[in-house]
Ligand binder design. Structure first.
Ligand SMILES: Cc1cc2nc3c(=O)[nH]c(=O)nc-3n(C[C@H](O)[C@H](O)[C@H](O)COP(=O)(O)OP(=O)(O)OC[C@H]3O[C@@H](n4cnc5c(N)ncnc54)[C@H](O)[C@@H]3O)c2cc1C
Length: 412
């Protein structure tokens, strides 16, 4: 039987990393909310070998939320980024092309590699020890009737009314559809294979990205001689590579990457992620906002998807605090319109950049490809490297007090 629950100011919906960080952000700032986390994942924690690259501004934000110091294992720094196109094929053999585009930010890390599982564990511990259990509901939201107030129906037939819904329900967001917001699917039938390798020669603290004709191959350092691999490929190729045994996969990834790090030996089985980059022109409507992959699912080539989600959390908090300071509710139009306006430039810039690079640099027969390769060498020589390093550090395309380490006193 349907049961109507008391009105709540904010409903947070989703069970991924974005929702966890959003919950921490709201919790530290004293906003009253209920988190609808969906049923717990059935995937064993050890099976998630994914890592996330968090930029410097993201690190400052996570330190401010006390999450960085709660990580069960330390994050690994990236002090240099190296990018190259495919290896050229001469008549007799592949000719190795070095890394024409490399950049650093002095000696300080631009970003950090963190295990997804470590992030989830640290978030879980902080939230469950600080948020009362009746604020977390492990049910799915089945239906949203957006408006003022919003009406939500959960999978246990409870009806909830609230001022603001924060939808963090992932790239296939149903809440987005129910709120009437459009999403443009930009997928190219690609799959990302994720695995970890031991490198024969030290990878040190350099992150590598090689644009192959079949798709980008990224190696993120996780220790002096080990790396997390994200290899994006057409779905059929990814599936064929995924069938290979350890020795054959190691040989394939070593050939694709080139000889710089010696032999790459696969350590963990490949996980495969069908890629569904999506662009949403509008990420808010009356009383409703989207955050994380529900608002912008990026191609993983730039390792920026979660970093964008961190900006969503930081900017939304700033908008909510401005409204609370003026005595307005969380669902007030000033919150949703300011959030849309402040998030749009960064989302648009990164969606265009990742989609454009993926198309351009994985089509060697395209005349623009040669131009792009020349462009990489030129960028590698110019002060533009400084700009690239600043972009990699984060906090340039969006700003909020949390990125500078400031957390205002709790609302109310
Ligand atoms: C291969 C790969 C590598 C990546 N590497 C990086 C990187 O290095 N750096 C980086 O910044 N980003 C990276 N990303 C992107 C990053 O992983 C994602 O942006 C991030 O995990 C998205 O989290 P999310 O919580 O928004 O979405 P999701 O993880 O998709 O979570 C959505 C959650 O909502 C729940 N849910 C759905 N519907 C409902 C409902 N109706 N009610 C309640 N709950 C619901 C789902 O069960 C799920 O738990 C990578 C992505 C991929 C695929």
């Amino acid at each position: 039987m349907t049961q109507t629950k008391p009105h709540i100011p904010i409903a947070l919906v989703g069970g991924g990393l974005t929702t966890q960080v959003m919950a921490l952000t709201l919790m530290h700032s004293g906003f009253e909310f209920i988190w609808f986390s969906g049923p717990p994942s059935r995937q064993p924690a050890a099976a998630d070998t994914r890592t996330t690259t968090i930029h410097h501004a993201g690190r400052v934000m996570l330190e401010t939320l006390a999450l960085w110091s709660a990580l069960p294992e330390p994050a690994y720094p990236i002090t240099e980024i190296a990018v190259a196109g495919q290896q050229a094929q001469t008549r007799y053999r592949k000719k190795y092309i070095s890394w024409p585009l490399r950049w650093q930010h002095g000696h300080s890390p631009m970003a950090y590699v963190v295990s997804n599982q470590a992030l989830k564990t640290a978030c879980d511990e902080l939230i469950t020890s600080n948020l009362s259990a009746d604020r977390i509901s492990a049910v799915k939201i089945e239906q949203l009737q957006a408006g003022q107030p919003n009406i939500l129906q959960d999978s246990e037939q409870n009806l909830w009314s609230c001022d603001l819904v924060i939808g963090c329900d992932g790239a296939n967001s149903q809440l987005r559809k129910q709120a009437g917001l459009r999403a443009f699917d930009q997928s190219r039938q690609e799959t990302a294979l994720v695995t970890t390798v031991t490198t024969e020669k030290p990878i040190g603290t350099t992150a590598y990205q090689r644009f192959l004709p079949s798709g980008p191959l990224a190696l993120m350092p996780t220790a002096a001689k080990s790396a997390s691999v994200v290899w994006s490929l057409p779905a059929a190729k990814a599936s064929a590579l995924n069938q290979l045994d350890n020795a054959a996969f190691s040989a394939a990834v070593t050939t694709a990457f080139g000889p710089d790090l010696g032999r790459l030996s696969q350590d963990t089985p490949c996980l495969s992620w069908p890629l569904k980059p999506t662009y949403c022109p509008k990420i808010s409507t009356a009383g409703f906002v989207l955050a994380g992959d529900a608002a912008h699912a990026l191609h993983p080539l730039a390792g920026m998807g979660f970093n964008l989600a961190l900006s969503d959390c930081a900017v939304l908090l700033d908008c909510l605090q401005a409204a609370a300071g003026a005595g307005l509710t969380a669902g007030h139009a000033s919150v949703t319109t300011a959030y849309q306006a402040r998030r749009k430039p960064e989302i648009l810039a990164l969606t265009s950049a990742t989609q454009g690079l993926n198309r351009l640099l994985t089509r060697p027969q395209d005349p623009l490809y040669q131009l792009a390769c020349v462009g990489m060498s030129v960028l590698g020589q110019l002060p533009a490297r400084r700009l690239l390093s600043e972009l990699a550090m984060g906090g340039q395309l969006s700003s909020a007090p949390l990125f500078d380490g400031h957390l205002r006193a709790p609302a109310g």
